[in-house]
Design a protein around this ligand. Structure first.
Ligand code: SF4
Length: 323
């Protein structure tokens, strides 16, 4: 069905921040630099970030995405994705002598370090996260024998822990802030001595995008979230909107807009998860503007200034630390 034209002015709200975060920009830049400096193929274990457009673009330039290291030839250059890998994967790569570059977001690496510290101190780690998500697989892999995964408060009553006085909870970086706070509170009720920092492991990009949408959702008749189906932080933006009673849809790009969604939607909020390129938002705005008059309103909740350094070997010589 074609998108339907209209005569009345439609409001398009653009909550900010939206789209790429510093960890995603860094991961993409790592692959781009390697494609330029080393030349293709550059192997990437898993999607470098969870976005189909980013992956297709890098694939067209010579990146080869694989699920496991056994799909990579012995002399290959391999990038670990922004979601991080379990130490066992690093050991496998080292045992094969593969040349690896780690594009793990520093904020995921921070959670890995917390898990390592807790496990080495004798604690059982309770990880709040979604089973099967690559970040969760990597974090569990830091201390697989000492980590328990919890997805919801409903699972807490049945948790069996070796010592209730030796517990630390952590979370996946891209969950809903309110949900993690609720689960953390329920963990504290059941295990009063558990250590943890509320929703502190949720990264700035995830919490900022949620807060920016929360600030506009009550004005909107419809929320469109650019992002891929496997993008955790994008899905959380849809959930936040629907739980506020506003229709919301996760879309890969402008072509995915269903014209029936736009009927009676005089104010539409358009945002994007941290792995979705900004141009996809521009294309949605253009598609909406092509249907009739629009008033485009940017709603800035927070200005992000976070930047992450590239791995040592990809930095300009002046930025490298002496080894
Ligand atoms: S969403 Fe958060 S954890 Fe993921 S890459 Fe971006 S900053 Fe890092």
């Amino acid at each position: 069905m074609a998108l339907k034209a209209h005569d009345t002015v439609r409001r398009v709200l653009l909550p900010a921040p939206r789209s790429f975060c510093a960890g995603v920009e860094r991961a993409i830049e790592i692959v781009e630099r390697l494609l330029e400096d080393h030349g293709p193929p550059v192997y990437v274990r898993n999607q470098i970030v969870h976005n189909a457009h980013v992956v297709a673009d890098l694939e067209a330039r010579g990146a080869v995405f694989v699920g496991e290291l056994d799909e990579v030839p012995d002399d290959a250059l391999v990038v670990f994705s922004a979601h991080g890998v379990a130490p066992a994967v690093e050991r496998e790569a080292a045992a094969r002598g593969l040349d690896t570059i780690d594009a793990t977001c520093p904020l995921v690496a921070k959670v890995h370090a917390e898990a390592k510290r807790a496990a080495e101190g004798g604690d059982t780690v309770i990880l709040i996260g979604h089973e099967g998500h690559e970040e969760v697989v990597g974090t569990i892999g830091v201390a697989p024998d000492r980590t328990l995964l919890v997805e919801s408060t409903a699972e807490i009553a049945a948790l069996q822990v070796p010592d209730p006085s030796k517990l630390t909870y952590l979370s996946q970086t891209t969950l809903a802030v309110a949900e993690v706070e609720t689960i953390a509170e329920a963990l504290k009720q059941r295990f009063p001595q558990i250590k943890g920092q509320g929703a502190e492991d949720i990264c700035y990009a995830t919490s900022n995008r949620q807060a920016a949408v929360a600030a506009v959702v009550n004005e909107a008749d419809l929320v469109l979230v650019l992002g891929s189906a496997n993008s955790s932080n994008s899905n959380r933006l849809v959930e936040l909107s629907t739980s506020a009673g506003v229709a919301a849809h996760l879309i890969e790009d402008a072509e995915a807009i269903d014209p029936t969604w736009l009927e009676n939607a005089s104010t539409i909020a358009v945002t994007a998860g941290a792995s979705a390129p900004p141009r996809l938002v521009d294309e949605v705005v253009q598609a909406l503007a092509a249907l009739g008059p629009v008033e485009i309103i940017e709603r800035v909740h927070t200005r992000e200034t976070q930047e992450f350094l590239l791995p040592q070997r990809l930095r300009p010589t002046a930025q490298r630390r002496p080894s």
